[in-house]
Design a protein around this ligand. Structure first.
Ligand code: MLT
Length: 409
């Protein structure tokens, strides 16, 4: 008789956002009169439609696909040159960072890349994550059998190094002061879920640590477009020495509304080599070639349009809209007496739940009493207990309404 992958059986519960979706569905079924009025600020899913210049590029690309003379079959597995060149120029060269088009790997999104990247590391690579953390980094390593055993009581894996991020350290971990024997460090800034942002010197300290101790940083910059402070780095490659120790993951989901359209990319510089001189870039290219047949042509053309003058103007307008929502939530909940973090340079608001309540108790209370959905902080890790995440990606009406209802409690 066959045996399933036992590593999957170690995963506690379902994927966080699937659990929340099931709870909302169950609540809606039990309370049909209230289902329609639920305000959803849980999963960070965008609500503004694709910008006009992106829609135009999609239509044009569809027309090309409808004509035998311009039809395209399989996309190049690493991405079309037109997009890789545009990304290298606009996202990196323009910020003084050296990244070449052949170091950019176009994919169907940052979630898959951040889950898959662990495959090119050894089975015994020890990972370090911030706590709280986007659950995909840990879960994908559990599936790969790299995380040891799970302790129900603490919610921690034996073979994972956790870096608690609480209000005591401003939700930002600094590198260990000694060699912590970690191979793979996951960092995400602007941070999901806390909305914390990292300064250039503090990010540089991480790069220096990784170079000194032979570790790799997987830098998830999915929310970089929300940075308005000119002093903050958008890319880890703005730090000296990052080419030899960092992989960066980017998304078109949050900067251009592609959550349903799917497009992202990962940068693996040629200088990033393991102790035997193996270039991780070549392994990632090999993986892509074997497991991925390229993001759709029409979607890559849409991605290219994001960088056009009109695309930049239109998508920045959308980001401003979401950030105005963040201000509405931040100001409203602060006025209501909550302790609130994030929401500036980041689309997530991280609030302290009232004393004596757990994150899930607060989730249930908001759903049952005022029909507002957020994400319980403990779903992102033990240090998230006692916190709650709200997203700015809803409509203005839903941000205002959520604040009004929470205040009414
Ligand atoms: C979130 O809510 O944390 C994100 O939307 C999840 C994701 O981007 O996959």
């Amino acid at each position: 008789m066959f045996k399933a992958n036992e590593n999957y059986l170690k995963l506690p519960g379902n994927y966080l956002f699937s659990t929340i979706a099931s709870r909302i569905e169950a609540y809606g079924k039990a309370n049909p009169d209230k289902a329609a009025s639920i305000v959803r600020l849980g999963i960070g899913d965008v609500t503004q439609p694709l910008a006009p210049s992106i829609v135009k590029a999609l239509h044009e690309a569809v027309d090309e696909m409808a004509d035998a003379a311009t039809f395209r079959g399989y996309a190049p597995d690493l991405g079309y040159d037109f997009l890789r060149e545009t990304i290298a120029r606009c996202d990196f060269e323009a910020r003084g960072a050296e990244i070449h088009p052949d170091e950019v790997f176009v994919s169907d999104g940052a979630k898959s890349d951040s889950a898959n990247i662990q495959e090119i590391f050894s089975d015994d690579a020890r990972i370090a994550v911030c706590d709280p953390v986007y659950p995909v980094y840990v879960d994908s390593n559990v599936m790969a059998g790299r995380t040891g055993t799970y302790d129900e009581a603490t919610g921690l894996w034996s073979d994972v190094t956790y870096m608690p991020c609480t209000s005591d350290n401003g939700f930002i971990a600094d590198p260990p002061s000694t060699d912590a024997d970690i191979s793979l460090i996951y960092l995400c800034f602007p941070n999901n879920p806390t909305g914390a942002v990292i300064s250039r010197p503090r990010l540089q300290a991480w790069v220096d640590y990784a170079n000194e101790h032979g570790a790799v940083i997987v830098y998830d910059a999915a929310y970089e477009a929300y940075i308005t402070d000119p002093e903050l780095p958008h890319s880890i490659y703005e730090c000296d020495g990052a080419r030899s120790c960092a992989i960066e993951i980017r998304s078109f989901s949050k900067n251009a509304g592609f959550t349903g359209t799917r497009l992202g990319y990962t940068v693996v510089p040629r200088d990033l080599k393991d102790e035997n001189g193996v270039a991780l870039r070549d392994l990632w290219a090999r993986r892509h070639g074997t497991k991925f047949n390229g993001a759709p042509y029409i979607v890559q053309r849409a991605g290219e349009a994001v960088y056009s003058e009109a695309g930049q103007r239109e998508t920045r307008e959308q980001i401003r809209y979401y950030m105005d929502n963040a201000h509405v939530i931040l100001d409203g909940l602060t006025a209501a007496g909550f302790q609130v973090f994030g929401g500036v340079n980041a689309p997530y608001i991280w609030l302290k739940v009232p004393d004596g309540m757990s994150s899930w108790e607060f989730f249930d209370m908001l759903l049952e009493r005022v029909q507002v959905v957020g994400t319980p902080g403990s779903g992102f890790g033990p240090s998230g207990e006692g916190y709650f995440r709200l997203t700015a990606f809803g409509s203005r009406e839903s941000a205002l309404e959520a604040v009004r209802r929470i205040k009414s409690l």
